[in-house]
Design a protein around this ligand. Structure first.
Ligand code: AMP
Ligand code: ZN
Length: 481
């Protein structure tokens, strides 16, 4: 099945043709971990998970990389403002490292609850400073940088295709109306690759570099880490639409300037979740988290179901009414799957998996329609409607309906699979194995860096969750205690 995606680069639907047949290599900008993720951020990660699951469904090997921005970055998208991590640490009386670890853990818990699968690689900015320095060096060798006021800048004037992704007009950019004036910049859109002159007090995260002790700019993180794991060229770059004009525009400039080659083939952007009264932003305070929805009595998958109701390229308006409607619809759906299961059992049908070629024509047609919707630029609302229709179709046997629902849930992931196995949601195992593995990897890293405080913290955190770690010669094993 051909998958078509809307490429922001070129603004058109294109058939996805990977660089290597059968493999989809994709990079997603991860969270900045100075606070909890809000449900707007989580909408973007649900969208990225739907794309990931779609590739897997259609038999692709997926290499999905996501970063964690644990170096503080600024309150603005420009180079101005206050460092968010420091601000958060000051407000909470913790170290910036504590803040970053705490919120990264909280983020991965949210993802697990939303059945967002873990990418193959999750990489932290603070573990890749050397890669960033290498990349900046390449840019320096090729003449794209200049030092001014103690900071190293990228000179956008040297990169002819600057702004192509965002359809920026170079002539207008020169006027620089929208960007705060930085006397050191040659062009208003120039951005810092390496800071040595911190504008902030008590800068806690500092590294040595050829340009002096300091810290990297935000944009270079993503270029360095994506290329480290996916190579100089890869298939897809993901993120929210807010990143098009600055962050992704700058990522392209510095990556292509460093390699001299085209970088990413498909840029796929998710639209925003909006609240009445405007967009939801982490820096604005007063935002909704997944935990707050749970406290209000929603299941995390109610929120996932809500997200599936809007195409990823349209804004989704968040209201309590629409979340209530999503919850009611999901309950109804699970009840229906439960009844189909009972009916299949009553008919003496096998409740195990049915091979696709054993499905009758009507069932096959539903599956094809579902697949066509998903493959056409991830039309999940249409795919969800197809699931409902197949469950209501009397010309399809109960056993087949159960099988269809199960197959569709491989992409939708809204709790059908457990129900189809006869497991009630309350008893369904918490799907947190990936999160546990991730924490164990982090603990191992902490131990080799002799950061035993952090290692112990992870052990006790897992213990509280009922997970016991056993360290042995073959590494760390875990079991539920
Ligand atoms: P941040 O942690 O701010 O870098 O954001 C993490 C991800 O969430 C990025 O891909 C953003 O584009 C995305 N994002 C931020 N706000 C929203 C929103 N209101 N709706 C959807 N996605 C968002
Ligand atoms: Zn990024």
């Amino acid at each position: 099945m051909k998958i078509r995606l809307y490429n922001t680069l070129g603004r058109e639907l294109q058939v996805f043709e990977p660089l290597e047949a059968g493999t989809a290599r994709m990079y997603a900008c991860g969270p900045t971990v100075y606070n909890y993720a809000h449900i707007g951020n989580l909408r973007t990660y649900v969208f990225e998970d739907l794309l990931r699951r779609t590739f897997i469904y259609f038999g692709y090997k997926v290499e999905h990389v996501m970063n964690v921005t644990d170096v503080g970055h600024l309150t603005d998208d420009g180079d101005e403002g206050e460092d968010k991590m420091i601000k958060s640490a000051r407000e909470q009386g913790k170290s910036v490292w504590d803040i970053a670890n705490f919120f990264a853990d909280a983020f991965f818990q949210d993802l697990a609850k939303l059945k967002v699968e873990m990418p193959e690689v999750v990489c932290k900015a603070t573990d890749h400073i050397a890669d960033m320095i290498d990349l900046i060096r390449r840019l320096e060798e090729r003449g794209y940088t200049y030092l001014a006021g103690g900071n190293l800048y990228f000179d956008v004037g040297k990169f002819q295709r600057y702004g192509e992704l965002a359809l920026l007009d170079r002539a207008k950019l020169q006027a620089g109306a929208r960007v705060e004036v930085d006397e050191n910049k040659r062009n208003p859109q120039d951005f810092v690759l390496w800071f040595t002159k911190s504008k902030f007090d008590q800068q806690a995260m500092l590294w040595d570099s050829p340009w002096g002790r300091g810290y990297p700019g935000w944009h270079i993180e993503c270029s360095a880490m994506s290329m480290r794991y996916l190579g100089d060229q890869f298939d897809i770059h993901l993120g929210g639409v807010d990143h098009i004009p600055v962050h992704h525009t700058n990522e392209i400039a510095q990556s292509e300037a460093a390699t001299g080659k085209p970088w990413v083939r498909y840029w796929v952007h998710g639209e925003f979740l909006v609240m009445t009264g405007g967009k939801m932003s982490k820096s604005a305070g007063g935002f909704i988290t997944l935990e707050s929805l749970e406290e209000m009595g929603y299941h995390p998958l109610d929120y996932r179901y809500f997200c599936l109701g809007g195409h990823y390229r349209t804004q989704l308006q968040f209201t309590e009414d629409s979340l209530n409607a999503a919850r009611a619809a999901r309950r109804n759906l699970l009840d229906r799957v439960d009844r189909v299961r009972t009916e299949a059992a009553r008919n003496g049908a096998s409740l195990g998996e049915t091979a696709a070629d054993e499905l009758g024509d009507a069932a096959q047609a539903h599956l094809r329609a579902f697949e066509a919707a998903v493959a056409e630029d991830l039309n999940i609302p249409k795919a969800l409607a197809e699931l409902w229709q197949s469950l209501k179709d009397d010309s399809v046997t109960a056993q087949e309906r159960l099988e269809l629902a199960r197959r569709m849930d491989r992409i939708l992931a809204i709790g059908i699979t457990a129900t189809a196995e006869g497991i009630s949601e309350a008893d369904a195992p918490h799907d947190d194995a990936a999160e546990i593995e991730q924490l164990i990897a982090e603990r191992n890293e902490a131990r080799s860096a002799r950061n035993f405080g952090r290692a112990d913290e992870i052990r006790s955190y897992l213990k509280e969750k009922g997970v016991v770690l056993e360290d042995g010669p073959e590494g760390t094993r875990w079991k539920r205690g």
